[in-house]
Design a protein. Structure first.
Length: 232
């Protein structure tokens, strides 16, 4: 059995571009930090945004790998909790909740039955692939709690506890860095022209976020193997 999921391997490949930016910024900082201030700042801001995007992409990819394996391995649906099924059809439920007209509500119910009825059963495996774009909808800004909540849609309700156990004394530093990454990325994305990181900051961020991804891959992969099916 591979040690890591395909999602983890892809994450490592994609974050190589973040390392390129960090090394370039570090070189500029060492040669002439004052003369290169603007370029160093731009490189570090870009690296921070990219790293957060790759973390978010990893979590979504991990979910997609899991959904694909559930279907390919013909996992019985009675192993999955209510949140999994809710996540598949949340868009239908949201539309119905916002509709009071009986005729329109009936139309939306027919749409739900036509698209999702075959998926909603506790008997046997899924007869069709799960629509992952709808299952993963709503996940963004990959803070520790949001990552755990998203993967909790599969039923892994104690993932945060497992991460704390796996990371041990490093948990506080790693989780704080993930929160820092997300907060910094959000500030930049919302137009904050001041917030930035030094090359050293981003280099440390890259190391600790990789440690977080490694722990998520191990903890969630282990949970899936014990409760659903192998995903590695």
């Amino acid at each position: 059995m591979p040690r890591y999921t395909a999602a983890y391997s892809d994450y490592i490949i994609r974050t190589a571009e973040v390392d390129v930016l960090v090394r370039r910024a570090t070189k500029l900082e060492r040669s002439s930090p004052v003369a290169n201030t603007d370029e160093i700042r731009a490189l570090c801001r870009a690296a921070t945004v990219l790293l957060c995007s790759h973390l978010e992409g990893y979590v979504k990819d991990l979910g997609e790998v899991t959904v694909d394996r559930l279907y390919a391995s013909a996992v019985p649906r009675d192993r999955l909790g209510e949140r999994f099924f809710y996540s598949i059809s949340k868009n239908h439920f949201d539309e119905m909740r916002d509709t009071s007209d009986p005729a329109k509500l009936a139309t939306k119910m027919f749409a739900f039955l036509e698209m999702d009825a075959l998926l909603w059963s506790r008997t046997g495996p899924f007869p069709n692939p799960v629509p992952y774009d709808r299952f993963s909808a709503g996940f963004a800004s990959p803070s520790v709690d949001k990552v755990c909540a998203f993967l909790g849609r599969f039923g892994a309700g104690n993932l945060k506890r497992d991460l704390m156990r796996m990371l041990a004394v490093d948990y506080a530093a790693v989780s704080n860095m993930v929160e820092n990454l997300v907060a910094t990325r959000n500030s930049i994305a919302h137009g904050d022209s001041v917030v930035t990181k030094t090359p050293g900051d981003v280099a440390q961020m890259l190391v600790l976020v990789k440690q977080f991804v490694n722990a998520v891959d191990g903890a969630f992969g282990g949970w899936c193997r014990a409760n659903l099916c192998p995903i590695r």
